[in-house]
Design a protein around this ligand. Structure first.
Ligand SMILES: NC(=O)c1ccc[n+]([C@@H]2O[C@H](COP(=O)([O-])OP(=O)(O)OC[C@H]3O[C@@H](n4cnc5c(N)ncnc54)[C@H](OP(=O)(O)O)[C@@H]3O)[C@@H](O)[C@H]2O)c1
Length: 303
């Protein structure tokens, strides 16, 4: 990417937690950023400095308008898992990106993808999306994150963690996980957008510390100065809680990934973190440093 033309970045999902972190990081690095949101009400959820753009990925014309004039785009699909709907969003993204002559598109799959094909829609719709974008003619990088540390900041996790010393998560205790922060996702995405020679790369992301459930609890115990025990939550209980917040279809889609990991994929979430750092030219945040930087008591107070 040696063009001297200024970069203009579209962030799909910029009103959400992952896309918001990407948009803020792009702004910090001096880039111009447009954030896609479906409604005028979404403008208030965009980070300051992001140009709001109203549009829906499900509408080909609106997708084209959102990408028009952009040189780069970061794309994260929302929590929809119907194969036809996802495929139509991806077609609209690819068509719009080609029409805009995009120089780089970074697709965040939102999760790791098991090596072999599964029956889990959250994996397979993203596998198909990644393949479609890589084959579309748009210079694409695919990033495959593991589980986000920031999930633990949600009241349902932070409350029991701080109040009761219970770290409850729907993963088997012995599963090794390279938990990733949204901050590191953002650094990785910006590098994937702007670094030369990465088009066509598919990269598993992850933080520098791969830990089991009890090891994660021990890291929290050391930072919080109290005993913390890991409890592997039943995915059915997790799904029921999530359904209250997100609705049943999204909750079922997400919970299916945790069921698959518990049944067949306990090692899905490891990573070669040196490959991440070398490929992208970034430094990942140590687990203990990330834990130390979060306002746990305030997060728990919101529970
Ligand atoms: N690995 C993990 O630990 C983890 C954790 C959470 C989520 N995820 C995955 O990440 C993905 C996103 O989840 P999320 O929780 O980040 O979602 P979110 O916070 O609810 O954000 C969804 C974003 O997508 C936008 N959006 C939704 N429908 C759209 C459409 N039709 N056209 C254009 N934009 C649209 C929303 O914008 P507006 O509402 O402003 O229109 C919002 O910015 C999902 O695939 C999920 O499974 C993974």
């Amino acid at each position: 990417m040696t063009s001297t033309e200024p970069q203009r970045h579209l962030v799909v999902g910029a009103t959400g937690a992952q896309g918001g972190a990407v948009a803020r990081r792009l702004l910090e690095e001096g880039h111009r950023v447009r954030g896609l949101t479906r409604s005028a009400g979404g403008h208030g959820r965009l980070p300051d400095g992001v140009e709001p753009f109203a549009g829906d990925l499900g509408d080909p014309g609106q997708a084209r308008a959102a990408f028009a004039g952009m040189t780069h785009a970061s794309v994260l699909l929302p929590m929809i898992y119907g194969p036809e709907q996802v495929a139509s969003y991806v077609r609209n993204v690819a068509d719009a990106a080609l029409a805009a002559g995009l120089r780089r598109l970074v697709f965040n799959t939102g999760n790791r993808l098991p090596e072999a094909v599964t029956e889990v829609a959250a994996f397979e719709t993203r596998r198909a999306a990644a393949a479609a974008l890589l084959g579309s003619g748009v210079p694409t990088v695919v990033l495959r994150p593991p589980i986000y540390l920031d999930n633990l900041c949600a009241p349902w996790a932070a409350g029991p963690l701080v109040r009761d010393g219970v770290l409850r998560y729907p993963l088997p205790a012995r599963s090794p996980v390279a938990w990733l922060s949204h901050g590191d996702l953002a650094a990785a995405t910006v590098a994937a957008l702007t670094r030369d020679g990465l088009a066509g790369t598919v990269l598993d992301l992850g933080g520098p510390d791969t830990v089991t459930g009890p090891e994660l609890a021990a890291a929290f115990a050391a930072e919080l100065g109290r005993r913390v025990d890991y409890v592997a939550q039943d995915p059915a209980e997790f799904e029921a809680g999530l359904a209250h917040a997100l609705g049943a279809p999204a909750a079922a889609g997400v919970a299916a990934t945790y069921r698959w990991v518990a049944d067949a994929g306990e090692t899905l979430y490891g990573v070669d973190h040196r490959a991440v750092e070398e490929t992208l030219g970034i430094r990942l945040t140590p687990l203990r440093a990330w834990i130390a930087a979060q306002p746990w008591h305030a997060l728990a107070g919101a529970a």
